[in-house]
Design a protein around this ligand. Structure first.
Ligand code: ASP
Ligand code: MG
Length: 408
């Protein structure tokens, strides 16, 4: 008998029929004698709908109130799921995040989980219940409702698995595992049987959308066995996210091509080239809780330099406003931006022992006439920022160049 956390994404609970199917699947596990905690997302499209409603009232909604609204999608699916389980003859109880004391910090719309009180859940499990806990949400010390950032129910599931020391955290989604890239962009993409936490972190942070990045960090840190599976197929082992990278006999150099559409680039022009300027520019951005991704500072000419960085597109307008103030304070020439950019990356732990990956990547993009605007590298990843209209082409070309296509 095992304790298993099963997370079901928005498409898996998109209709009452699908919710009934989830209940049937849970019932099969339950009758095998396992203890099950189910963590659903909202019905697909629902969180977007709720946020859009808020924006109809206010173009930049108050974050605290936005969380009050956005968190309701999951409250619907937990209740429906628990009822569907009752119909299957199971004992089941649903809880919102605050009810089971998912304690978070107070960073509304992207709060971090600090602690989960497992007492109530353990008691319900011991009484034979399937416990259904709303993903994506918690409450801060003062009882304010918080949400964990888009895709946050993955993190809820992993955090619950960690808190209850579950044997496995299964993420059921609309794909049957982690692929070499998004199959909607490259039909030849292949499913990976295993991927390392490190690679998965890069894939997730780069927007491969299968898992929220924070959930992977959490799983790596607390050694939660994490598996991605299809909620529409009964067969298949999915993809296991593992630490044992040396287990594979034949390590591919590149495991996947990740991309992120939601990238926006900002450039502060004619910045006085003196110590402290990076801090003066990025300090206020960090204070506003805006995540900065790539950063480039050019060689100075005539005592000035240009300073560029990228942020999530959703935070572009806010960052641009902030920078206008910074520019006038520091006496820079101005600020320009482009929110029609994207990022494409090659990811693989095999890169560590193989030089020449970067040049192969740049060569392949150059041959297609794709201009590279920014580059960044880490031990296991090379990323480029390019014009958004070339995204699909770039991903296809790189997938092929690195031999990731089917049959290669
Ligand atoms: N419903 C939330 C979202 O759409 C959380 C999740 O699906 O994981 O972002
Ligand atoms: Mg999701």
């Amino acid at each position: 008998m095992a304790l298993i956390v099963q997370k079901f994404g928005g498409t898996s609970v998109a209709s009452t029929d699908r919710i009934k199917n989830v209940a049937k699947r849970v019932a099969r596990w339950k009758t095998q004698g396992h203890d099950i905690i189910v963590v659903p997302s909202a019905m697909s499209g629902e969180t977007n709908r709720l946020i859009a409603l808020a924006r109809e009232i206010s173009p930049s909604p108050d974050p605290r109130e936005l969380d009050v609204i956005a968190s309701t999608g999951e409250q619907v699916t937990i209740g429906l799921l628990a009822m569907a389980m009752h119909e299957e003859g199971l004992k089941a109880k649903s809880y919102t995040g605050p009810q089971v004391r998912v304690l978070t910090d107070s960073t509304f719309t992207k709060a971090r989980i600090l602690q989960i009180d497992d007492e109530r859940i353990r008691k319900d499990l011991a009484e034979g219940n399937v416990v259904v806990v709303a993903g994506f949400q918690g409450a801060d010390e003062d009882g304010n409702i918080t949400t964990l950032g888009r895709g946050g129910s993955d993190t809820s599931a992993v955090a619950l698995a960690a808190a209850l020391e579950a044997d496995e955290c299964q993420i059921y989604t609309d794909v049957d595992g982690v692929y070499t890239t998004d199959p909607r962009v490259v039909p030849e993409a292949r499913k990976l049987d295993t991927i390392t936490f490190e690679e998965m972190l890069e894939m997730a942070s780069l927007g491969s959308k299968v898992l929220q990045i924070r959930s992977v960090e959490f799983a790596g840190k607390y050694k939660v066995k994490l598996r991605v599976l299809s909620s529409f197929q009964d067969e298949g082992e999915g993809t296991l996210i593992t630490v044992e990278e040396d287990k594979k006999m034949e390590q591919p150099i590149i495991s996947g091509i990740a991309f992120n559409r939601d990238e926006a680039k900002l450039t502060v022009l004619g910045v006085p080239d003196r110590p402290g300027i990076a801090y003066q520019i990025l300090g206020p951005v960090a204070d506003a809780n805006i995540d900065v991704d790539m950063i480039i500072q050019n060689v100075g000419h005539d005592g000035t330099t240009d300073f560029s960085f990228t942020v999530n597109r959703a935070e572009y307008a806010k960052a641009l406003e902030l920078l206008k103030e910074v520019v006038s304070k520091m006496g820079a020439r101005g600020v320009i931006g482009d929110n029609k950019t994207c990022k494409v990356s090659a990811v693989g732990v095999g890169m560590r022992s193989h030089p020449g990956i970067a040049s192969k990547m740049f060569g392949a993009l150059g041959a297609e006439g794709i201009n590279i605007q920014m580059i960044s590298t880490s031990e296991i990843k090379i990323s480029v920022v390019i014009e958004e209209k070339y995204l699909e082409l770039a991903v296809r070309v790189l997938h092929k160049a690195f031999g990731l296509d089917k049959g290669d």
